[in-house]
Design a protein around this ligand. Structure first.
Ligand SMILES: *Cc1c(COP(=O)(O)O)cnc(C)c1O
Length: 219
């Protein structure tokens, strides 16, 4: 089932985006099944669970942390994490930079943008994003690579609203790309879309979609 689900989603998203299989709360056997079906990119939202699964599973898996990250936990994932989505402060970037330096690796990060209408705790608004980028210009962090932007749309049935939120993130990405990362090929990711809305996200330009329950079942 899991392999069939992944295959079906991959056919839908085509070549423009990559699928992150969001395996949070799911047992190792399910991840192994996905791995045997060819899946190599997994997303988790808790540091401890991410570390445990990393240790137990094959080392060619690309692990993405998709949830909120506390500064004091960066050290546990810095040696291996492929990408940290959901970064929303310079202070956290400083910490990631410090741990990257210790491990002699540049850690790819996505800046989380607040795009939903509903109130959530996480994500930058455009003003906050620009001031963070200015701060980065003034004090660059060599062990951090800003790989793009990430966002979560409102959890509503209104497809027009969800599409507009994704459009907003894509527009912001294009602006930031031309103003700050024009010659940096590594600024290329727009991480948006989950089980309920990834087809809309793909249409609006997602390069990474984060799909959990549609692959592994409800949590
Ligand atoms: C859990 C989670 C997902 C996947 O959600 P599904 O609805 O199960 O696909 C995607 N992104 C983030 C940030 C998540 O926490």
């Amino acid at each position: 089932m899991i392999t069939a689900n992944i295959h079906k989603i991959n056919q839908e998203i085509g070549v423009h985006a990559r699928l992150i299989a969001v395996s949070k709360t799911k047992p190792l056997e399910m991840l192994q099944e996905a791995y045997q079906g060819g899946q190599r990119i997994f997303g988790e939202n808790k540091v401890q669970e991410l570390v445990q699964k990393y240790e137990a599973l094959p080392k060619d898996i690309e692990w993405h942390l998709i949830g909120h990250l506390q500064s004091n936990k960066v050290k546990y994932i810095a040696p291996f994490v492929a990408m940290i989505h959901g970064v929303d402060s310079y202070k956290l970037l400083e910490n990631i930079n410090k741990e990257g330096a210790k491990n002699q690796r540049v850690i790819p990060c996505l800046l989380q943008i607040f795009i939903a209408q509903e109130e959530t705790k996480f994500g930058l608004n455009p003003d906050e994003l620009y001031s963070l980028l200015e701060q980065l210009n003034q004090t660059p962090l060599p062990y951090v690579q800003i790989g793009g932007l990430m966002g979560m749309a409102s959890n509503v049935a209104d497809a027009t609203q969800v599409s507009n939120e994704f459009k907003g993130l894509k527009n912001l990405f294009d602006k930031v790309k031309s103003q700050y990362f024009d010659h940096q090929a590594s600024f290329k990711e727009i991480s948006m879309g989950m089980s309920g809305d990834y087809p809309l996200a793909i249409k609006e330009g997602a390069t990474l979609v984060r799909v959990g329950s549609l692959i592994f079942g409800e949590r």
